[in-house]
Design a protein around this ligand. Structure first.
Ligand code: DGL
Length: 273
């Protein structure tokens, strides 16, 4: 059997913030990253569209011999993961696995709050799907979740405007709207893989006692646990510490912008789906 890299997927750049943390914890594995930059953002699109786009990208990663694919995108995890797991894996390959970022986050989120009031900042799509409410309820029924959609943050981040005064206005606006829902919120989850880039700015508008939860480390630790529990998957993975990057849009553009998300220069290849 040919050994397999781990596939990491996002609508664009955001999944790089997750891959960065996974690579720190699990440097021995090989990864293939795919960003669907040509069709980003996903956060404002319908369930059907996000499902259709995500399925195509997962299929492409399977064709590159990935047996395990992580949807490093909250919107795709919220809108496409369950349908792919339930309806498509039987046709795409029974032995293949697709995991998302919402469940591992929901499994640990309750440990971050004393007040049991947690705020969630996310895209429209993730908020409307109610996925976090449903998943957190399974593990921490005593926790109250307050959600705030932040539709302008991804465009501001992707257009390199996140340091500007215009960005400050919208960061303050959404953070204040979240906190107005409950003064008891003492932990806020960045439930979009783009948001770690504006973490410091978000922090400036939150009361001092509020802790920010970023997903990268949570997902990385959850993946390590998963591989420890699933030897049949772990033993099928290739381990040369190599990472390949692919984008559905222009590679030079991807390489330029990805530094903000990944912290180092990368060299990507453009693909057509
Ligand atoms: N980074 C994606 C997420 O975690 C959303 C970006 C987009 O809207 O495409 O939800």
């Amino acid at each position: 059997m040919k050994l397999s890299p781990i596939g990491i997927f996002d609508s664009g750049y955001g999944g790089l913030t997750i891959l960065k943390e996974i690579k720190k914890l699990l440097p021995q594995y090989d990864f293939i990253y795919l960003g669907d930059n040509a069709r980003t953002p996903y956060g404002t699109r319908s369930f059907e569209t996000v499902y259709h786009y995500t399925k195509e990208c997962v299929q492409w990663l399977f064709e590159q011999n990935c047996n395990l694919v992580i949807l490093a995108c909250n919107t795709a995890s919220a809108k496409a993961l369950r349908s792919i797991q339930r309806n498509d894996l039987k046709n795409l390959g029974e032995e293949k696995k697709v995991l998302g970022v919402i469940r591992p986050t929901a499994e640990t989120i309750g440990n971050f709050s004393q007040s049991k009031h947690i705020g969630i900042l996310a895209t429209n799509g993730t908020v409307q799907s109610q996925s976090y409410l449903l998943e957190v309820e399974k593990f921490f029924p005593e926790i109250q979740i307050f959600q705030q959609a932040c539709p302008l943050w991804v465009p501001l981040i992707e257009n390199d405007e996140f340091e500007s005064a215009g960005a400050d206005f919208f960061i303050k606006k959404y953070v204040e709207e979240l906190m107005a829902q409950s003064p008891k919120i003492d932990a806020v989850l960045l439930a979009c893989t783009h948001y770690p880039l504006i973490l410091k700015k978000i922090q400036q508008h939150l009361p001092k006692n509020v802790q920010i939860i970023s997903q990268g480390e949570i997902v990385a630790h959850s993946l390590r646990d998963y591989l420890n529990r699933h030897d049949e998957i772990e033993s099928s993975l290739s381990k040369n510490g190599e990472i390949q990057f692919y984008t559905t849009d222009e590679a030079a553009d991807f390489d330029k912008h990805s530094v903000n998300f990944y912290g180092e220069q990368i060299h990507s290849t453009q693909i057509a789906l």
